[in-house]
Design a protein around this ligand. Structure first.
Ligand code: SAH
Ligand code: F3S
Length: 443
C-alpha cells in the first residue's frame, strides 16, 4: 500500500531533445538529475507534471520547430497543471525574448543551470523561472548518468563550451567558455559503461580534439590512448576542429586498435577569403594539407564534413571553390547547410546577409548533388568487401533486419534470425546504392 501511495506522489517528467549529440547526452543527464530527485521519466507528454524541450539554436529552422512544438504542447495545460519549459541553447540564445513571444512558458533554463532543475517543482502556480547564468566551472561531475534506450553506443562528454568564435556560430554564446573534464573522470565513466555492456563510446565536445589537461601536459591524443586502454571495443569522437589535428592525435588514432578510423573534418567553405571571414583560422590550402596528412597517416580512413553555403560575401566564384574542394577531398559524407544569420554572432552584426534566399537554395542543391554522388561512389566501392559492424539498430524494411555501423561509420543493413543487438559481426557487402548499403552475415 505504502509503495503505491508513494508512487502516486512521484513527479513525472517528459523530455524532448533537439539538435546535436551533445544535447542527446545532456538529456540523459537531465534524466539522471530528475531520477536522483525521485522523479519518473515518461515517454509521452500527456501524463507529465513537467515537460522540457532541450533545444538547439544553431539555425533559425531549429528554433522555429521548437516554437511550433511548444505551442502545440500548451494545449495540455487545459487539462492539467503541467509545467512546460525550454532548456538548452535556445533558452540561452533568446533569453527574455522567448518569454515575451511564448508567455505560456513556465521556465527557461540555460545549459549551465541544470543542477537547479528539481527546484521547478517548488514553483508556485503561475510563477516563472528564468535562468541563463553561466558557470565556467560547471562540468556536471557526480551526476549518475541514465541511459534509457539500452543501445550499445553511449555518448561521453569530454568538454563543454567552445572558445573558437567562428563568426557565424551561436554555440560559444549559448554554451559558454571551453572547459575540459579530467581524464580520470572520463576514463572512470568509460570503464563503468564498458562494465554495463556498452560496446562503443562517442567522446563529445564542440571542439573535441582541443581537449587538454594542462597540469598533466596531456592533449587529445593522450586522452584517446587512456580511453583506448579501458578496452572498450570501439571509440569515436565528435566534433573536432581541423586546427587541432596534430601528429599526436593522428598517431593515436592510427595506433589504437579500438579507435575507429572515421574522421569528421568540418570545412564550412572552400575559399580562403570566406574562411577568414568565418574566423575558421585555416586557409583552403592548409585544410587540404590536413586532409592529405590524415589520409597518409590513417589507412582506409573515412572523412565527413560540414559545409555552409551562402555565407555573406560568397560570390559565385567563391562558391565554386567550395564545390572544387568537396570534389578534391572526396568526402564520404557531408552535412550541408544554408547560412542562417544568428543574433549575437559577429557575422550577423557585421556582415550583410547578401546572398539571396533562392541563390542559397540553388547552391545548397548543388552541393547536395555533388556530395550525394561522392557518397554513392564511396558506398559502391564497399561492394564485395568484408567489414566488421557493430549492430546497433533494427531495420524497418521487413522482419529479421538489423542495422550496424562499420568502423568507417557506414550504416549497413543485414538480415538474420539471430539476436544481434550489440554484437560485433563480420559482413560482406553485397549491395550499395546512394542511401542504403546491404550486407550478408559471414557465419
Ligand atoms: N563543433 C560543433 C559545431 C556546432 S554547429 C559540433 O559539435 O558539431 C554544427 C554545424 O552547423 C557547423 O559545423 C556548421 O556547419 C553549421 N552551422 C553553425 N552555425 C550555422 C549558421 N549560422 N548557419 C548555418 N549553419 C551553421
Ligand atoms: Fe561553432 Fe566554430 Fe565552435 S562552428 S561550436 S564556434 S568551432
Amino acid at each position: 500500500m505504502a509503495d503505491t501511495h508513494q508512487s502516486d506522489l512521484r513527479h513525472t517528467v517528459y523530455i524532448e531533445t533537439y539538435g546535436c549529440q551533445m544535447n542527446v547526452r545532456d538529456s540523459e543527464m537531465l534524466c539522471g538529475i530528475f531520477r536522483q530527485a525521485g522523479c519518473d521519466i515518461i515517454d509521452t507528454p500527456e501524463k507529465a507534471d513537467l515537460i522540457l524541450l532541450n533545444t538547439c539554436a544553431v539555425r533559425e529552422r531549429a528554433e522555429q520547430r521548437v516554437i511550433g512544438r511548444v505551442t502545440q504542447l500548451f494545449s495540455l495545460k487545459k487539462q492539467s497543471s503541467v509545467r512546460i519549459g525550454i532548456v538548452g541553447c535556445m533558452a540561452q540564445h533568446l533569453k527574455d525574448a522567448l518569454l515575451e513571444s511564448l508567455p505560456g512558458l513556465d521556465f527557461i533554463l540555460g545549459p549551465d543551470t541544470y543542477r537547479t532543475l528539481p527546484e521547478l517543482f517548488d514553483l508556485d502556480p503561475g510563477e516563472h523561472r528564468a535562468d541563463w547564468s553561466t558557470n565556467r566551472d560547471e562540468l556536471y561531475e557526480g551526476i549518475p548518468s541514465w541511459r534509457r534506450d539500452g543501445s550499445p553506443v553511449a555518448f561521453v562528454t569530454v568538454m563543454r563550451g567552445c572558445d573558437m568564435m567562428c563568426t557565424f556560430c551561436v554555440v560559444p554564446h549559448t554554451r559558454g567558455r571551453e572547459r575540459c573534464r579530467s581524464w580520470r573522470d572520463i576514463v572512470a565513466e568509460v570503464t563503468q559503461l564498458a562494465e554495463e555492456g556498452v560496446m562503443e563510446v562517442v567522446l563529445l565536445g564542440q571542439t573535441v580534439n582541443a581537449w587538454r589537461e594542462e597540469k598533466e601536459k596531456m592533449g587529445f591524443g593522450d586522452l584517446l590512448r587512456k580511453v583506448s586502454a579501458t578496452g572498450i571495443p570501439r571509440i569515436r569522437f565528435t566534433s573536432p576542429h581541423p586546427l587541432y589535428y596534430g601528429e599526436e592525435e593522428l598517431k593515436a588514432i592510427a595506433e589504437c586498435e579500438n579507435v575507429c578510423e572515421s574522421i569528421h573534418l568540418p570545412v564550412q567553405a572552400g575559399n580562403t577569403d570566406v574562411l577568414k571571414k568565418m574566423n575558421r583560422r585555416y586557409t583552403r590550402e592548409e585544410y587540404l594539407g590536413i586532409v592529405r596528412t590524415i589520409r597518409q597517416s590513417i589507412p582506409h580512413v573515412t572523412l565527413s564534413t560540414d559545409i555552409i553555403v551562402g555565407f555573406p560575401g560568397e560570390t559565385e566564384s567563391r562558391f565554386e571553390d567550395t564545390l572544387s574542394l568537396i570534389a578534391e577531398c572526396s568526402f564520404d559524407s557531408g552535412y550541408l547547410f544554408k547560412y542562417s544569420p544568428r543574433s549575437g554572432t559577429r557575422a550577423e552584426r557585421e556582415f550583410e546577409d547578401d546572398v539571396p534566399a533562392e541563390e542559397k537554395q540553388r547552391r545548397l542543391e548543388q552541393v547536395i548533388e555533388l556530395q550525394t554522388e561522392l557518397t554513392r561512389r564511396s558506398q559502391q566501392a564497399m561492394i564485395g568487401g568484408q567489414y566488421e559492424i557493430l549492430v546497433d539498430g533494427i531495420g524497418d524494411r521487413g522482419p529479421n533486419q538489423w542495422t550496424g555501423r562499420t568502423r568507417g561509420n557506414r550504416t549497413v543493413v543485414i538480415e538474420s534470425e539471430k539476436e544481434l543487438m550489440g554484437r560485433l559481426v563480420k559482413v560482406i557487402i553485397e549491395e550499395a546504392g546512394t542511401w542504403t548499403v546491404r550486407g550478408r552475415l559471414i557465419e
